[in-house]
Design a protein around this ligand. Structure first.
Ligand SMILES: Nc1ncnc2c1ncn2[C@@H]1O[C@H](COP(=O)(O)OP(=O)(O)O)[C@@H](O)[C@H]1O
Ligand SMILES: [Mg+2]
Length: 392
């Protein structure tokens, strides 16, 4: 075992596949990257990217699995294996897309699919069995990062800010990297010449999760998300409802470090919001516009409360599926006094960012280097997060 491991670790240049499936439950993102070095000297290049959508039925089953009322141990046990195989297929697909074979790849690093995140209890569950990924691909597999941070009193989230701080730092300007997945999270990346040391990063609140849910319900599953923000752009924001949603959202006042998920922005929460919109006789467009504005408002108010008072920001760089939503991007540009860009225009396709980040976390793990950011997760120390499976 040690021979195989040390061979991978000692490679000057590694090819790795990062696998990510987030709270949106939209599908599996697989990024094939080249990694050179580790720690502050890490260099990463994206070679290929492939996203595999979950089917409507798979998504329905996953949503049910995230809800303690409809979930069962049997269903979780089975889905853990199904997703392990699906993750393996996603890895093989991106390798094939790049014209390579699995032998060329040093390791896979998989986030897994969160079905429950419970930071108050230092508990979280990501499924997608690592043993199946390793067996099906024949590639050394790393994953299941979050519990290690939690074992040291951390929230096990957010994890990507460690990579943001490692890879993105402007010589003179402070930037905020915002990822709008199911949940929105942000990292304040200080300029290289800044004297600030502590990196601030936290989950902000809803990203697409409520927008997707509203679109699904209001179109009777004909649409699973608001493509390019078209529905929201046609509607008008109902400001009284918007204010009510913000006031009712206790997460805004929680001071960072903080993390959240579908446990808070749940199907039940969505049902309450949709009921309010229905009582106001709002059209589909106005309802989606208002829920989209809620996402934007949570981001801009969080920046105001926890970031702008501490430092001057020059640019906000947006990644994740929400960067494709015109209503979100327009809303952010209106709300913020500095440049709002898309990751696609700055570095690489923003859809691949989190999958890429997990290759960096896996690479750190294989080098025996810590890979959490205690200022973001609240852990009591730097932690070496991850678990390893070697294929037979
Ligand atoms: N073209 C698009 N227009 C609007 N929203 C989009 C588009 N593409 C993706 N999205 C949104 O992004 C979500 C997926 O984002 P992603 O970054 O994968 O989140 P997660 O990490 O939670 O899976 C989708 O559910 C959808 O809401
Ligand atoms: Mg996704």
């Amino acid at each position: 075992m040690l021979k195989r491991l040390s061979k991978v670790v000692n490679e000057e240049r590694k090819l790795a596949v990062g696998l990510m499936s987030g709270t949106s439950l939209d599908g599996i993102d697989a990024a094939l990257v080249e990694i050179i070095g580790f720690g502050p000297g890490t260099k990463v290049r994206l070679l290929d990217f492939e996203s595999t959508s979950y089917s409507v039925e798979e998504r329905r089953q996953l949503i049910a699995l995230c809800d303690p009322v409809s979930s069962t141990v049997e269903k979780i046990c089975k889905m853990n294996i199904i997703l392990g195989d699906r993750f393996a297929e996603a890895a093989l697909a991106v390798i094939q897309k790049a014209g390579l074979t699995p032998e060329a790849v040093s390791f896979i690093s998989s986030h897994g699919q969160t079905i429950y995140h419970w930071p108050e209890e230092q508990a979280t569950l990501q499924i997608g069995e690592l043993a199946n990924i390793a067996a099906k691909t024949g590639i050394l597999t790393v994953g299941d990062f979050r519990p290690s941070d939690m074992a040291y009193q951390g929230q096990g989230a957010p994890l990507v800010p460690f990579v943001d701080a490692l890879l993105f730092s402007h010589p003179t300007e402070n930037q905020v990297l915002l990822n709008i997945g199911g949940i929105s999270n942000l990292t304040v990346v200080h300029a290289k010449n800044s004297s600030a040391k502590e990196i601030s990063a936290f989950d902000v609140g809803p990203g697409n999760v409520l927008i997707d849910g509203a679109v699904r319900h209001l179109t009777a599953n004909q649409q699973t998300y608001d493509l390019d923000g078209t529905i929201a752009c046609k509607g008008n924001v109902h400001y009284d409802l918007l204010m009510m949603l913000i006031q009712e959202d206790d997460f805004l006042a929680v001071k960072p470090p903080k993390s959240t998920g579908r446990e808070l922005y749940s199907e039940q929460r969505l049902a309450t919001i949709l009921k309010k919109a229905e009582n106001l006789s709002l059209s589909i467009e106005d309802t989606v516009a208002t829920i989209t504005a809620y996402t934007v408002e949570m981001i801009s108010q969080s920046l105001e409360l926890y970031v702008h008072k501490e430092q001057k920001i020059h640019e906000l760089i947006v990644s994740g599926g929400g960067a494709h939503n015109q209503a979100i991007m327009d809303g952010l540009r209106q709300a913020l006094p500095y440049k709002v860009s898309r990751m696609d225009d700055v570095a690489f396709t923003g859809d691949a960012k989190e999958a890429i980040a997990f290759t960096v976390l896996g690479n750190q793990f294989l080098h025996g280097e810590t890979n959490n950011l205690p200022s973001a997760t609240g852990a009591s120390r730097n932690v070496l997060m991850g678990k390893l499976v070697l294929p037979s």
